[in-house]
Design a protein around this ligand. Sequence first.
Ligand code: SF4
Ligand SMILES: [Zn+2]
Length: 144
Amino acid sequence: MNPKQLAKQVCANYSNGICIGVQIEKDLSQYIDLELYNKPCCVNEKRCSYFERIILPLVEMSKEHPNLYAMKKAVTKYETKVIGLSKSLRRCKECKRPSPELKANEMFCVKCKRLRVLKSKRKYYRENKETILKKRRCHLEKVP
Ligand code: SF4
Ligand SMILES: [Zn+2]
């Protein structure tokens, strides 16, 4: 599968090979991107911000999708041929996204690292809730 075929399958802007050009902001407001509007879907040759902001994370989240392997291939083609990232570029072990900032001894990108720390803190809290609450109560009782 190539990036355009992926767009055909999952991009809400794709209509018979032509881009409708709707962009969505973080606050969910929408506007028409005149760079994209009414032009052929360009992702086999050019970068598309919608594709990068919406479609690439969507593929990462679709862990159970029956066509995941082909979709990931399309993502790799986009990253290497269109964005120009090296295939040997180090990737985050969790989200599999290219992470050029990774040092030799690091496995996870900044975002995944933060999420993993939060997850482990929550797990620790759940498992030791009673002890933590007891300690807090004792501390509060000592405060004059
Ligand atoms: S150019 Fe981008 S937004 Fe438009 S159809 Fe293709 S992938 Fe979707
Ligand atoms: Zn990551």
